[in-house]
Design a protein around this ligand. Structure first.
Ligand code: HEM
Length: 405
């Protein structure tokens, strides 16, 4: 056994056994971040914090929730909301965080696209970011079923029906996913398991992978400038802090993160207390009724753009378009063939247009997804859906021609 000196502090005692000083150095005090970044680079931490809020509030809700089709609705809408002390608060935090996690994911993703943070050695950061995004979508869908209200039931019906795969008529797959012919107890309990155990565990592992993927290529900067991090870090350590292009994560960069996080949490809790309504669908305040189809079935706002890509087409084409929309963002680092890892405003006109048209198109699709598929809405939806697909198909062509800047 190794020989241990007498420790003079708890830190030293732990350091002798767990090398915590070295861990702190590698993970924080000598983890270098570029100086030239703005508040948008705090979104990763904001995301991690929102995920933390979801976990904590979820644990409290889990103490009273009943995963049974006969009890679920009342356990949420009556027991948690009215009987349990501060049950309403945990539910509001959970609902607002579930919506906000997607707001921040979309901001974080589009920041990545704007600054070209998926290019040149950063491909794995992008891919390991997309993985929790997809898992979050499954997590949100499974959570939506749990109160077993009208929208839980009917959204569950519509989404599981997609696995009928149009012309392939794979009814057996739908039944297998539901564990029954229609959404019922078996479906509720398995989605409950996915929501509270399996998917959160997968998300934690995937976020860990995402963080690990940041280590070697390092975080990008506003100008897309490439430099030697080791060299810049040496300058910083030698006291040339102004000259150096990097700052240590702890204590310098984290203070920026904490500042942005403070503003975010102020807005977040303002909504939790005063305007939580946007995160709770009123249709879901009616208990699930298999005999009463709601007039208009729609998913939560963060799925609307991809739902609108499915809707305007015939079943088979719609499913292919929907599948395309689900996976295409994974391939972005390989579809963008430009030699420039620069922000949009420094890139060619074609890419500038591509970026802004994509963003506007996704917003328009999101708005349309909530509207009933009637008249002019259907036509605009069709144009928006085709445009989305075309944008990704032409991306390699327009970016290959881009001149090096
Ligand atoms: C869902 C949980 C996620 C968490 C907790 C998370 C966290 C983080 C953190 C802490 C950073 C470093 C600082 C920053 O740039 O904000 C980061 C960077 C990054 N993330 Fe995420 N992220 C998540 C999802 C995603 C998604 C969905 C994408 C896009 C597909 C993505 C793409 C990126 C990229 C490209 C970077 C590098 C930014 C740069 O180098 O400038 N992340 N992420």
């Amino acid at each position: 056994m190794a020989k241990f000196e007498k420790a003079n502090s708890v830190e030293e005692w732990l350091d002798q056994r767990l090398a915590i000083r070295k861990v702190k150095k590698v993970m924080a005090y000598e983890y270098w971040i570029p100086k030239d970044i703005n508040f948008l680079w705090a979104m990763g931490m904001v995301l991690a914090a929102t995920f933390g809020l979801l976990l904590v509030s979820g644990i409290f809700l889990l103490m009273y929730y009943k995963p049974d089709t006969k009890l679920a609705f009342d356990s949420v809408n009556y027991t948690i909301m009215t009987e349990v002390h501060f049950g309403w608060l945990w539910r509001h935090i959970h609902a607002v965080a579930a919506s906000f996690v997607f707001v921040i994911i979309y901001i974080h993703m589009f920041t990545g696209i704007y600054y070209g943070s998926y290019k040149k050695g950063r491909e794995m950061i992008w891919i390991t970011g997309m993985l929790p995004f997809v898992t979050f979508s499954a997590e949100a869908f499974s959570g939506y079923l749990l109160p077993w209200g009208q929208m839980s039931y009917w959204a569950g019906m519509v989404i599981t029906n997609l696995f009928n795969l149009g012309g392939l008529e794979t009814d057996w797959l739908v039944t297998w996913i539901r564990g029954d012919f229609s959404p019922n107890d078996a479906m509720l309990t398995r989605f409950f398991m996915l929501h509270v155990v399996l998917l959160p565990l997968v998300i934690i592992v995937l976020i860990g992978l995402h963080f690990a993927a940041l280590r070697i290529p390092h975080v990008n900067n506003q100008e897309g400038e490439e430099f030697d991090f080791e060299e810049e870090a040496e300058k910083y350590k030698a006291g040339k802090k102004k000259e150096s292009k990097v700052i240590p994560f702890q204590p310098v960069f984290i203070s920026k993160d904490v500042f942005v996080l403070g503003i975010y949490l102020t807005i977040f809790f303002y909504l939790v207390f005063y305007h939580y309504g946007f995160a709770l669908d009123p249709v879901n305040l009616d208990p699930a009724d298999p005999l009463k189809t709601p007039k208009h079935i729609y998913p939560e706002w963060y799925f609307l753009w991809s739902y609108e890509i499915l809707r305007p087409f015939s079943v088979n084409i719609g499913l292919i378009a929907f599948g395309f929309a689900q996976v295409i963002f994974f391939f972005l680092p390989f579809l963008d063939r430009s030699p420039n890892a620069k922000p949009v405003h420094k890139r060619g006109l074609a890419f500038k247009l591509w970026f802004w048209i994509l963003l506007i198109d996704m917003i328009v699709l999101t708005v349309l997804g909530k509207l009933p598929p009637e008249g002019i809405f259907t036509q605009i939806g069709l144009v928006g859906a085709i445009l989305f697909i075309v944008l990704f198909l032409i991306l390699p062509v327009i970016t290959k021609k881009e001149k090096r800047v």
